[in-house]
Design a binder for this molecule. Structure first.
Ligand code: SF4
Length: 209
């Protein structure tokens, strides 16, 4: 692994401020690239769409300077870019304390079995794990399908998390910027239908149109 590879993160999209993907105000990073192929994937654009290579130094400053309580890392598959994410999280935490929530298609047991992926786990406060299974999509708040599990890997969010995850309803937002459509949050079945209509009308899976 060269210094260059550790110092950049392949990113499909970032949002500086949302409450839709974890407690408090969060800076969200959708990393680019995934090794899974879940039917009905809600984030096809993070696999096949456009992406940027962001420098870790710049991104960590941007996060530290934002008003977020913490970051949520989704994708795509975050654990395909462990060295860069380790560097990013540690760089921000050298500047100020942040919480870290990660959505992964890997299951926790799979992540623990591999030394490289296991190295990221101590940096994570909440992990939501497992592939998305369309048939098990039960409209549960903030979680794509019922096979996926939410793990508190630290005590940081245990109190607020119970209220946020167990009493909340699914919330999502479709952000249209003129040239781009972005789906933020885990969509209800109704919002998912609207999202699919937008994609069909605009010619495919890429979020740029
Ligand atoms: S793990 Fe997530 S991003 Fe990857 S294919 Fe499954 S739903 Fe899509």
């Amino acid at each position: 692994m060269s210094m260059y590879e550790k110092s950049i993160l392949k990113v499909s999209h970032v949002e500086e401020s949302t409450t839709l993907l974890g407690p408090y105000n969060r800076f969200v990073i959708w990393v680019h690239g995934c090794c899974f192929n879940c039917e009905g994937c809600l984030a096809e654009n993070t696999k096949n769409g456009s992406y940027e290579e962001l420098g870790i130094d710049m991104l960590s400053q941007q996060i530290a300077n934002s008003s977020c309580e913490g970051i949520t890392i989704s994708g795509g598959e975050p654990f395909l870019q462990v060295p860069a994410l380790l560097k990013l999280i540690r760089s921000v935490r050298e500047i100020r304390d942040i919480g870290v929530i990660v959505y992964s298609g890997f299951e926790l047991a799979e992540l623990k079995r591999n030394d490289e992926t296991a190295a990221l786990l101590p940096e994570i406060d909440i992990l939501i794990d497992g592939r998305y299974i369309k048939e098990l999509d039960d409209n549960r708040a903030y979680i794509g399908s019922s096979n996926q599990r939410l793990y508190y890997l630290s005590s940081r969010y245990i109190n607020i998390g119970k209220e946020y995850y167990e009493t909340g309803k699914r919330r999502a937002e479709i952000k249209l910027t003129g040239i781009q459509a972005v789906l933020i949050g885990v969509p209800s079945h109704n919002v998912l239908k609207i999202w699919q209509d937008i994609k069909e009308k605009n010619g495919g899976i890429n979020n740029d149109f």
